[in-house]
Ligand binder design. Sequence first.
Ligand SMILES: Cc1cc2nc3c(=O)[nH]c(=O)nc-3n(C[C@H](O)[C@H](O)[C@H](O)COP(=O)(O)O)c2cc1C
Length: 178
Amino acid sequence: MAKRSFPLAKAYTLLEPGPVVLLTTASGGQTDVMVQSWHLMLEFEPPLVGCVVSPRNHSYGLLKASRECVINIPSVEIAEQVVACGNSSGRNVDKFERFGLTPVPAKVVGAPLIKECFASLECRVVDTGMVAKYGLFVLEVVKAWMDPAHKEARTLHHRGRGRFMVAGETIQLKSKMK
Ligand SMILES: Cc1cc2nc3c(=O)[nH]c(=O)nc-3n(C[C@H](O)[C@H](O)[C@H](O)COP(=O)(O)O)c2cc1C
C-alpha cells in the first residue's frame, strides 16, 4: 500500500470511535442538546463511557452542575437535525423546539431522552478527574433504552468538516469479546 504523509490535525477522522450521539443535559430549569462524537467505552459492566465536552459549550455547565446526562443515538434519518444541533447553542435557542426533537422524561436521571433517537443511555458522572485537563467526563450508564425495530440502525460517524460515514451491514464473526 502506497501510504502518504497525513495531516496530524486529521488523524482523528481515521480513528473516530463510534456513532455521533446527541447528549442531553438539564439543570436549573434549562435543557440542552449537544452533538458529540468524541466518546469511548471504558468498561463493560457497569458500563462506563468517557465523553469529551468542551467548556465552550453550554452543555458543559449543565453537565457539571447536574452530574447527569443522556446519550441519545440518532440514525441517518434525522441527520439534518443532528447537524443543526451541532451548529447552534442552547444559550440562545431551545433546540428541541427549533429542530423538532421531542423530549421524553428519563426514568433515573433529570435530563430527557430524545424520542426520535433509536437508543438512549441514561448516565451519571462518576469521575471528573480529567475534566479540567481534557474536558473528559467519565459516565456510568445507569439505564439503557433501545427500539427493537431499529437493531440495524444506520448510525452516523463523523469524518470531519461536515462529512459523515453511514454505518452499513453488520457481519458476525467468531470472537472472544462479549
Ligand atoms: C459531528 C459533530 C461532533 C461534535 N462532537 C463534539 C464533541 O465530542 N465534544 C464537544 O464538546 N463538542 C462537539 N461538537 C460541537 C458541539 O456539538 C457544538 O459546539 C454545539 O453547538 C454545542 O451546543 P451547546 O452550546 O448547546 O452545548 C460536535 C459537533 C458536531 C457537528
